[in-house]
Ligand binder design. Structure first.
Ligand code: CTP
Length: 413
């Protein structure tokens, strides 16, 4: 199934990422028709965009030739989704007002397809009450706001307002309309854990780890894209909630254990991507600890093993673990596969320059009598590939059930 995406590009510096976004959308099987605003042309050329999209660029509502070929109303009907990335504060305001002074905003008024905006602007502009009020109105009207991300900005400042990375936007947009397709996991229930946990020492201090949650969030997005009903049990992370996914926010390993078992019910597949603390302080000190002594000891006790406890259930779902290792990666992972009685384990190396808090990852997936390598790829793409393998093994185990065809995603072309 081809997904028709009208990609609106408005005039922000993040427009320089638009050609990459087009590529990412096309990798996922989308047909992309670009509509640029006049100011977008200040940041990215229509020549580059035409080359990557393979379609003539539309920008002018009054272009008689282009309108004769496909009018703005036909374009609005053609779209399965209208995505505006980057979306400036000005475009958000224009859509809120219902004005249609140009082709892009006219299409937004004329379409019945879902609309998604990926805002990109200076952090002060994003937090301005006017922009936040517009964001609220847009969300109330059912328009999806993707991001923005947090980090360093083109203006040299740091804050919230960065456009999400192109592969994240592409994955979220496909997830948004994934429900329409016959995904590989259509009708299946999937529970994913993600992120680190925080184990309190006193009211202001805690023990945690370097997990960013990106891999778990990408797994949840990928499962949702494939039509699954997904619950994501997430430790504290700095990531936007994936569209179409039920997110349960937790802090400690104990909370994550409870939330996971609350959600597990008739789950088909459980994916434990969280970096759960193995130990927590034996007791949480009620008041802030004072530095009265030269040294101090912290007594730690074991946290419950969520993954092993799910795999041990009488009606255990198909259970997938992750193993982040700094050495002997496959040996240690194979040990965990056997010890925790898992169906699959995804092993990857973590360290200074790989694994945690990065956008890419490589992995080896192990099962009882086999393994498969996945070379370095963006976490989003890796998640889609992993999901295909997980689905294949899940259906092989269920035997009698037929495996639906993969329809929306194709990250290998
Ligand atoms: N896991 C879990 N609950 C825990 C600890 C880990 O569900 N309390 C899950 C993780 O989500 C991951 C897998 O178990 O899927 C990792 O296995 P584990 O043996 O706990 O790995 P490490 O914590 O890295 O163990 P070790 O420190 O012994 O290497």
């Amino acid at each position: 199934m081809t997904v028709n995406v009208v990609l609106g590009i408005s005039g922000g510096i993040a427009a320089y990422k638009a050609p990459d976004l087009v590529r990412r959308l096309r990798e996922r099987g989308a047909d992309v028709q670009i509509v640029m605003t006049a100011s977008a042309e200040e940041f990215v050329t229509s020549t580059a965009l035409q080359a990557v999209s393979g379609r003539p660029i539309r920008s002018n509502l009054w272009d008689k030739e282009a309108e004769a070929a496909m009018s703005h109303i036909e374009l609005a009907r053609w779209a399965d989704v209208v995505l505006i990335a980057p979306s400036t504060a000005e475009v958000m305001a224009r859509i809120v007002s219902g004005g249609a002074p140009d082709l892009l905003t006219t299409i937004c008024l004329a379409t019945e397809a879902p609309i998604a905006l990926a805002p990109a602007m200076n952090h002060v502009m994003w937090s301005n009450p006017a922009t936040q009020a517009n964001r609220q109105v847009l969300e109330e009207r059912g328009i999806h706001i993707l991001g923005p991300g947090i980090g360093s900005q083109a203006c040299g400042e740091t804050g919230s307002g960065r456009m999400l990375e192109p592969d994240v936007i592409a994955a979220q947009v496909v997830a948004l309309i994934g429900g329409k397709g016959e995904g590989l996991l259509q009708g299946r229930k999937v529970v994913v854990t993600a992120g680190p946990t925080r184990e309190a020492i006193d009211p202001v201090r805690y023990i945690t780890n370097r997990s960013s949650g990106k891999m778990g969030y990408a797994m949840a997005s990928a499962a949702s894209t494939q039509g699954a009903e997904v619950t994501l049990v997430s430790g504290p992370v700095n990531l936007p909630e994936p569209p179409g996914v039920t997110v349960v926010q937790v802090e400690s390993a104990e909370d994550m254990y409870t939330a996971t078992h609350d959600a597990i019910g008739d789950t088909d597949i459980f994916i434990a991507a969280a970096a759960v603390a193995d130990y927590r302080p034996a007791a949480v000190v009620q008041q802030k600890i004072k530095k009265n002594d030269e040294a101090m000891r912290l007594e730690l006790v074991r946290c419950p093993d969520i993954l092993a406890s799910v795999a041990a259930l009488d009606a255990a779902p198909f259970t997938v673990g992750f193993a982040a290792e700094t050495e002997n990666v496959t040996d240690y992972a194979r040990g965990k596969l056997a010890k925790k009685k898992l169906d699959l384990i995804v092993a990857n190396r973590v360290g200074r320059d790989c694994g945690f808090d990065r956008d890419d990852n490589a992995a080896t997936v192990l099962w009882n009598n086999g393994e498969k390598q996945f070379p370095t790829a963006s976490k989003t793409e890796l998640a889609h590939d992993l999901l295909e393998l997980i689905a294949e093994h899940f259906y092989a185990m269920r035997g009698s059930e037929t495996q639906p065809k993969l329809t929306v995603i194709s990250s290998n072309d």
